[in-house]
Design a protein around this ligand. Structure first.
Ligand SMILES: [Zn+2]
Length: 104
């Protein structure tokens, strides 16, 4: 099942936007960022469908971590990304931006 994340999502009273931004992410050594000031998750384009889904989950966990002041170490955020990615993929859930689902 493809879940379109382009409309964003809510955490508490805040709405987070999700955008794909090629130019901004160029040269970055990361596949995504979560800006807590603008409540925007920015994802790199031209990545595989699996990478896009995993990166979205990572940044979603980053957003939850920040909003609820969990102070999770980054290693825990990465572990949550890994576990959630595997479980959701196994359930057939794939995150996509609009009609795009990555390069493969
Ligand atoms: Zn991170």
């Amino acid at each position: 099942m493809k879940v379109d994340i382009s409309k964003g999502f809510d955490i508490g009273a805040l709405h987070f936007n999700v955008v794909v931004d090629g130019p901004r992410m160029q040269g970055e050594h990361t596949f995504g960022v979560c800006c807590h000031i603008t409540q925007t998750i920015i994802l790199r384009d031209n990545v595989s469908a699996d990478r896009l889904s995993a990166t979205f989950l990572h940044e979603l966990v980053e957003a939850v971590n920040n909003q609820f002041e969990l102070q999770l170490p980054h290693s825990s955020i990465c572990a949550l990304e890994s576990g959630l990615s595997q479980a959701l993929k196994g359930l057939g859930i794939e995150f996509v931006i609009g009609g795009s689902n990555g390069t493969d």
